[in-house]
Design a binder for this molecule. Structure first.
Ligand SMILES: Nc1nc2c(ncn2[C@@H]2O[C@H](COP(=O)(O)OP(=O)(O)OP(=O)(O)O)[C@@H](O)[C@H]2O)c(=O)[nH]1
Ligand SMILES: [Mg+2]
Length: 426
């Protein structure tokens, strides 16, 4: 498989914290709680966009963070939701979680939109916690923390076979004769401006997809004639049919033409010349082509590259050409279908296996750190007795208390877990 591959880091927005506040106005002594809720953090959203052909841009920008939600405030004001971060990727991009290699999404359709990381929920303000017995709650919920991941983006191939060559040599004609595609064909250069895809129904093996790539010219590797855009498409095919105008209608030497394009391929990406290639000497219906064909054949067959005489317009020699291509493709690995293990990333706030560290940072002072505990602090309202008890149970269940004791903690020593500090008692 030839793939474009990059690693990026994505993070959803944390939820905003709820607020603790009490209604105040002249002549009102004990106003009720009016702390508003935190806003929801922004999501990380991927969109498949057919206007993008490579993962190039991600070589420079690798960090994508959605905005956090704002905190709630007094007078029941809800914090604003954080903005989503929208990441545009080419159609055919597979998104994998880097650690496990699991597929989070396979972006197969143009316009497809997927939320890959949900923003954290906003915390509730103290207005929600008033009860008949507790009319002035001094606590609120914190916003939930959002998740973050290293992800690998991989771009799959657009086609099995790339039809390449100078402009006007008959690439689109060839595609139209052997597949269901109906590309525009005309007697001028750059008729084709974006790849046409067609499916070849093979008698000799699996069907395959062919891409008719816009004509390449000298200097393409430096961007001449939209060269970079076109070469990107070339990069995403496995096998090349290099079409040349054997009749030399453009008044040029066919071997030189082929060599010019090969050198552009090599300059753009040296790996391209290692891919299998067959040469289709086209327009053999024109008498002048016969002599050129012999020259092309003599030059390339010694290099182990097969040359096929064809006339795309009159459907001659196409069967032999495609038989050879089918044969090459047989030796390629099967195309991979990516099953998504998506749910897992969404709902299982998997904390059981989260590691933690304990450091004796001073006389009678212990610091605990870890993704799990940090998240747990985010989820729990530790300012309440119940919340704190719940958190302690969590510390015990996770074996953190045991580890603290192993480290020699004594009653009355201080434990610091992120923003939280408390004295340790059994
Ligand atoms: N005589 C003859 N003419 C052909 C043959 N194949 C294609 N042509 C003609 O060559 C011209 C160019 O054909 P296209 O298929 O549009 O060429 P292309 O390589 O796709 O050109 P661009 O898209 O501009 O790069 C058209 O006028 C075709 O009719 C052939 O086998 N014999
Ligand atoms: Mg064309």
């Amino acid at each position: 498989m030839f793939v474009d591959k990059v690693k990026i880091h994505i993070k959803g927005g944390n939820g905003g914290n709820g607020a603790v506040s009490f209604y105040r106005a002249k002549y009102v002594t004990n106003g009720g709680p009016d702390g508003g809720d935190g806003g929801k953090g922004g999501d990380v959203v991927f969109v498949a966009d057919e206007g993008i052909n490579t993962l190039m841009d991600f070589r420079y920008k690798k960090l994508f963070k959605a905005q956090p939600g704002d905190d709630g405030s007094k007078r029941n004001r809800t914090g604003a939701d954080g903005e989503d971060v929208v990441i545009k990727v080419p159609v055919g991009t597979v998104i994998r979680e880097a650690m496990s290699g699991k597929v989070m999404a396979d972006m197969t359709e143009n316009g497809e939109k997927r939320i890959i990381v949900k923003g954290g929920k906003g915390g509730k303000g103290n207005q929600h916690f008033a009860t008949p017995t507790r009319q002035a709650p001094r606590y609120c919920e914190r916003g939930r923390l959002s998740k973050e991941y290293d992800v690998i983006l991989e771009l799959k191939l657009i086609a099995d076979v790339g039809i390449i060559g100078f402009p006007n040599v008959g690439k689109s004609t060839l595609l139209s004769m052997v597949t269901n595609a109906n590309p525009k064909i005309a007697n001028y250069h750059f008729t084709t401006l974006s790849p046409n895809l067609g499916v070849f129904r093979s008698k000799w093996g699996k069907d395959f997809v062919m891409a008719d790539i816009p004509g390449l010219i000298e200097g393409a590797s430096e961007g001449v004639g939209l060269g970079h855009d076109f070469l990107r498409h070339v990069e995403r095919t496995k096998v090349f049919i290099h079409v040349v105008d054997a009749a030399g209608l453009e008044g040029e030497n066919p071997v030189e033409n082929i060599e010019k394009i090969n050198s552009e391929l090599e300059k753009y990406n040296p790996e391209l010349l290692k891919r299998p290639m067959v040469i289709a000497a086209n327009k053999m219906d024109i008498p002048e082509a016969a002599e050129n064909f012999e020259a092309i054949k003599a030059f390339y067959e010694t290099k182990g590259i097969s040359v096929f005489p064809i006339s795309a317009a009159t459907n001659k020699g196409l069967e032999e050409l495609l038989f050879a291509v089918s044969d090459i493709l047989k030796n390629y690995p099967e195309d991979i279908v990516f099953d998504e293990d998506y749910e897992e990333f969404f709902e299982n706030a998997e904390m059981d296996s989260e590691p933690f560290t304990i450091e004796k940072a001073g006389e009678r002072y212990y610091v605990v750190e870890g993704v799990g505990v940090e998240k747990m602090i985010g989820y729990t309202n530790i300012d309440t007795e119940k919340g704190f008890a719940f958190f302690q149970k969590y510390l015990r269940d996770k074996g953190i208390i045991d580890k603290l004791e192993e480290s020699g903690i004594q009653e009355g020593d201080t434990v610091k877990i992120y923003d939280l500090e408390f004295e340790y008692y059994k």
